[in-house]
Every structure is written in structure tokens, then in C-alpha cells.
Design a protein around this ligand. Structure first.
Ligand code: SF4
Length: 314
């Protein structure tokens, strides 16, 4: 198998101005992350709100430049590609189908937009739009409607049709089911899984919902404060989590509300401020297994039986 995506030591910092004392704060949203996604597979990325997973999605989509590191898509540096080339290779599906579709345009025009941008017009464009709407399970009559006339599930199907109309090979799904009613979430998830199989797509699937990630992913990466603290096959990670943070996430019996971050995972302290990352292991203030050295030693990633774990005790 070849890697569709390789993320190599990627970091992204933001400067946030005007804190309490009027001083700038440096937010390390993504802080030295490395992973690869094999072609035709799905990597699920989980973590609490604020862990950096949505920033990572935007970096992989080329919507934000990296502060450090490289992203390779099918062996090419993402930063060397122009917008059109990127759009042919990699497309997003975002969380909120209500805000991601232009309310003043017909569905046909919305789905056609990526084709238009590539110079595909006329009959070829219309045929591709009709094919795509049918592929995501929408009737042809939808094409002439406006977004406000559609249900949430139908709108997310339109967003998926728009993402796939250029026949990209990679799709980055950022919480694609979180804004939907629970009854519709499973339908959209099944549709995404079916399209992945039929079209041989590679997915990066970001969610705070562990059940959703377990359902669709081949591998799972767990993010905490801008780092990936554990990566493993879905089966191995759910059967025997090695990192204390992964164990805490999996032990959480609370069901996250749609649109919210991972709820209290039973770790006591609140999620740390990303502008004030703890020294040593950044998880140590909340870690039930922490030892004295965890406050001063930074764990390096270690490979153990095909999984990667960042913990001094693993
Ligand atoms: Fe916990 Fe220490 Fe491992 Fe960090 S290095 S996860 S604090 S045991």
C-alpha cells in the first residue's frame, strides 16, 4: 500500500492579541504531528474540543499554511500545488451543512461550483451534477431547489456531492455528522462508508464521537493539546488502549451531544490552555498515572507493535 497523505512534523501556531495584560499569546494549535494515511483507508482523529483536530484538518486541506513541517499528498508537497490541483485531489466535508451551502443558490449551482472552477461547463457539467446527486441518494428534482427547502440530512448529502463531484481521491471529513439529528447521523455515516468503498477514497475523519470513529475508521489517532498521543489500528486501540488519555476517553460512558466537544472524561482538571502548555508531558496535570518525572521529561513517540504512543511509561 502507498501513503495517500504523509504529515511530517507539522506545526501550526497562532498569535492571539490582547490578553488580560494586553500581551500577545502564542497558541500552539498543532505542535509537531506526524502520521500517514494509506491509500483507500480511513484515519479517524479524536480528541476534546480545542485539541487541534480542526486546525489539522485545515492544514491537510491547504486552507492554512503550516508553521513547520511538510504535508505530502500522493507524494507531492501540498505547499507546491496550486488551488486547482489541490481541489482535484482533496476535498472537505464540514460539520454544518446549514452554513456551508450558499442559501441564495440552487442546489445544481452549488454542486457545480467545483466543476465551474476547473472550466468544466455545459452538458458535461450538468451530467456530472446529476450523476453525483443520484450517487448520494438524492432525487433529480432536488437540483432545482434552494438549500432552505432541504432537510439537514439532504443538505449534508448535497455537501458530499459537491465534495465528490471532481472525483477527488482524498476527503477530509470534519465532524460531518455532528450537526445532524441522531436518526440521520447513521444514514450519512453509512453513505460515507459506502462511497469510500465504491470510489476507493481515502478519508481523514475527524470527530469527538468515539462510536462514530470506531465505526468508520481503519486506524485511529488520539489528539491532546496539539500532539498525537496514540495511533493504532481501530481494533487494537479500542481493545487495549495504551496511553492514559486514550484510556480515559474510552472509559467515558457519557454520550457526547451533537455539536459539542468530548464531555467530561473523568480527568478532574479542565482542559489546559493551549497558550500555556504544561512542561514535561503535557498531559501530566490530568494524568491518573503520572509520576514525578512526567512533569519534567517530554515523552518521545515510541513504536510498540504497530502502534505509536507518547507516554514515558508505555
Ligand atoms: Fe501520564 Fe506520565 Fe505517560 Fe504523560 S508520560 S501520559 S503523565 S504516565
Amino acid at each position: 500500500m502507498t501513503a495517500a497523505i504523509e504529515v511530517l512534523g507539522v506545526a501550526r501556531q497562532f498569535r492571539q492579541s490582547g490578553g488580560m495584560l494586553g500581551t500577545d499569546r502564542q497558541i500552539r494549535a498543532v505542535d509537531g504531528v506526524s502520521f500517514a494515511v494509506e491509500s483507500g483507508t480511513c484515519l479517524g482523529i479524536v480528541g476534546e474540543s480545542g485539541c487541534g483536530k480542526s486546525t489539522l484538518a485545515r492544514l491537510i486541506l491547504g486552507l492554512l499554511p503550516t508553521s513547520a513541517g511538510d504535508i505530502l499528498v500522493e507524494g507531492q508537497r501540498l505547499s507546491d500545488m496550486d488551488r486547482k490541483a489541490r481541489a482535484r485531489l482533496i476535498q472537505p466535508v464540514f460539520q454544518d451543512p446549514f452554513s456551508s451551502l450558499n442559501p441564495r443558490r440552487r442546489i445544481r449551482d452549488i454542486v457545480a461550483m467545483p466543476l465551474q472552477a476547473q472550466g468544466i461547463t455545459g452538458r458535461a457539467q450538468a451530467t456530472r451534477v446529476d450523476e453525483m446527486l443520484s450517487r448520494v441518494g438524492l432525487p433529480g428534482t432536488i437540483a432545482e431547489r434552494m438549500p432552505a427547502q432541504l432537510s439537514g440530512g439532504q443538505r449534508q448529502r448535497v455537501a458530499i456531492a459537491r465534495a465528490l463531484v471532481l472525483r477527488p481521491r482524498i476527503v477530509v471529513c470534519d465532524e460531518p455528522t455532528s450537526a445532524l439529528d441522531v436518526s440521520v447521523q447513521a444514514q450519512i455515516l453509512n453513505l460515507l462508508a459506502e462511497l469510500q468503498r465504491e470510489l476507493g477514497l481515502t478519508y481523514v475523519f475527524i470527530s469527538h464521537n468515539l462510536a462514530v470513529v470506531e465505526h468508520i475508521s481503519d486506524r485511529v489517532a488520539v489528539m491532546y493539546l496539539g500532539r498525537m498521543v496514540e495511533q493504532a489500528t481501530t481494533e487494537a486501540l479500542f481493545a487495549a488502549p495504551q496511553h492514559p488519555y486514550t484510556r480515559a476517553l474510552l472509559a467515558s460512558v457519557l454520550t457526547p451531544e451533537p455539536g459539542l466537544g468530548v464531555p467530561d472524561v473523568g480527568l478532574g482538571d479542565l482542559y489546559p490552555d493551549p497558550a500555556n502548555v504544561p512542561p514535561g508531558c503535557r498531559f501530566h496535570p490530568r494524568c491518573p498515572a503520572a509520576e514525578a518525572r512526567c512533569a519534567v521529561e517530554t515523552p518521545a513517540p515510541r513504536e510498540i507493535d504497530g502502534r505509536r504512543v507518547e507516554c514515558l511509561l508505555a
